[in-house]
Design a protein around this ligand. Structure first.
Ligand SMILES: *Cc1c(COP(=O)(O)O)cnc(C)c1O
Length: 397
């Protein structure tokens, strides 16, 4: 293949060999099963990995096409798409952990991943060491035990935007023969390719930036051939298969990934700087701000920007956070992220309302914290909307 292509050429063309038709846009192969040309073909497909024309739980041209693109974007030998990000994570756990193993993971982590880990703790006797300060390499090193089998990182993390030094953690894993996995949902391969830093597997919720239009739920894992094939075998047995229509939508979203992500990140950088000067803001967390504790690491391992996620804290706390969200018109209230539209979340009154205070403290969730997924809208419109929010919040004191 003529390489290396840039990310947009890759996204548009890297999966072309899976389109057997003359249609410029690959048709949606909305079929569960494919016609066999001879009996022997059935036997061959049944024994092969991800045949693209056999049975859709095993493979489908729309899945294969988008997987080829994702593998190329991540710099991986192979990729596998799944019915959600969590399905991909569950496959990785099942493929590479067994009862009684030890896992190292950051304490501020995506809630679904934490729940997966807790379930393994309760039911599979998984031992877990939670790393509190992900920037402290000594803490990662001290967490390693002879029975450690997996190191999980998430950078920048959800929801606190904490950074982890991927190269340092990958080197630690290699030194001890431990597999390293990075949840690459927030940066997407436009900003960070974990495999370039020596991480073994890059996993993500493709629901977010990769698909990018808040219209599909999907997941991906990418890495070495043998690792991804091991996960494919489990996917074939359990069946968290990505529907052909969803795979097609994911591929369509990927064609504009680089354009969308860079626009979101440019907006986020500008808005983070603007938020710093607003009188009712107590704190702004954005890896692109020199004041962010992870800025040096972010500048080293993030390319072309620092992502579209900004967290900021309203000094007046809970009620101000609620009023702020209610006053917005362009920025939509919602729990997801990474779409073309800006979304805002107030964890204290929404996702974490029922969470115990000590857990919230550990996760860095304060009463006035807002998590802002900056979309690709026009900057002046976003600023005007935020100004409305500040006016409403000012009355909450
Ligand atoms: C959304 C999200 C997930 C889970 O992905 P789904 O597609 O919703 O299953 C995992 N990690 C991070 C960082 C996320 O934001």
């Amino acid at each position: 293949m003529p390489k290396p292509w840039g990310p947009t050429t890759t996204a548009i063309h890297a999966g072309r060999r899976f389109n057997p038709t003359r249609a410029v846009t690959t048709p949606i192969f909305q079929t569960s099963v494919f016609q066999l040309l001879e009996n022997r073909e059935g036997a061959e497909f049944a024994a092969s990995v991800e045949p693209p024309a056999f049975y859709t739980r095993w493979g489908n041209p729309n899945q294969s096409e988008v997987e080829a693109v994702l593998a190329e974007l991540e710099g991986a030998e192979r990729a596998l798409v799944t019915a959600s990000g969590m399905a991909a994570f569950a496959l990785v756990f099942e493929a590479f952990l067994k009862t009684g193993d030890h896992l190292v993971a950051p304490s501020a982590i995506y809630l679904g991943t934490e729940q997966l880990i807790r379930r393994w703790e309760a039911e599979r006797d998984l031992k877990v060491t939670w790393v509190q300060n992900t920037l402290d390499q000594g803490e990662w090193e001290a967490a390693i035990r002879p029975e450690t089998r997996l190191i999980w990182v998430e950078t920048p993390s959800n929801p606190t935007l904490a950074l982890t030094d991927l190269a340092a953690v990958a080197a630690l894993g290699r030194k001890h023969g431990i597999r390293t996995v990075a949840d690459n949902t927030f940066p997407s391969p436009i900003h960070t390719k974990p495999l370039d830093f020596g991480i073994d597997l890059s996993v993500a919720s493709a629901t977010k930036y990769l698909a990018g239009h808040s219209d599909v739920v999907a997941g991906v894992l990418a890495g070495r051939e043998a690792d991804v094939v091991a996960c494919w075998h489990l996917s074939k047995i359990w069946g968290p298969t990505l529907d052909p229509m969803a795979a097609w939508l994911l591929h369509r979203g990927l064609k504009t990934l680089a354009l969308r992500v860079r626009r979101s990140s440019d907006n986020a950088q500008a808005l983070a700087q603007w938020l710093l000067w607003q009188p009712h803001v107590a704190r702004v967390d954005y890896p692109g701000l020199p004041t962010h504790p992870g800025h040096v690491v972010a500048a080293r391992q993030m390319d072309k920007g620092f992502g579209g996620m900004v967290c900021f804290e309203l000094a007046a706390g809970l009620l101000a956070g609620q009023r702020f969200c209610e006053a917005l018109e362009v920025i939509t209230r919602g729990v997801s992220l990474g779409g073309v539209e800006s979304l805002i979340q107030h964890p204290a009154s929404m996702s974490h309302l029922k969470t115990a205070p000590e857990v919230k403290a550990r996760l860095g969730i304060t009463d006035g914290l807002l998590r802002f997924s900056v979309g690709i809208e026009d900057q002046p419109d976003l600023i005007a909307d935020l100004e409305k929010g500040f006016q409403a919040a000012a009355g909450a004191r």
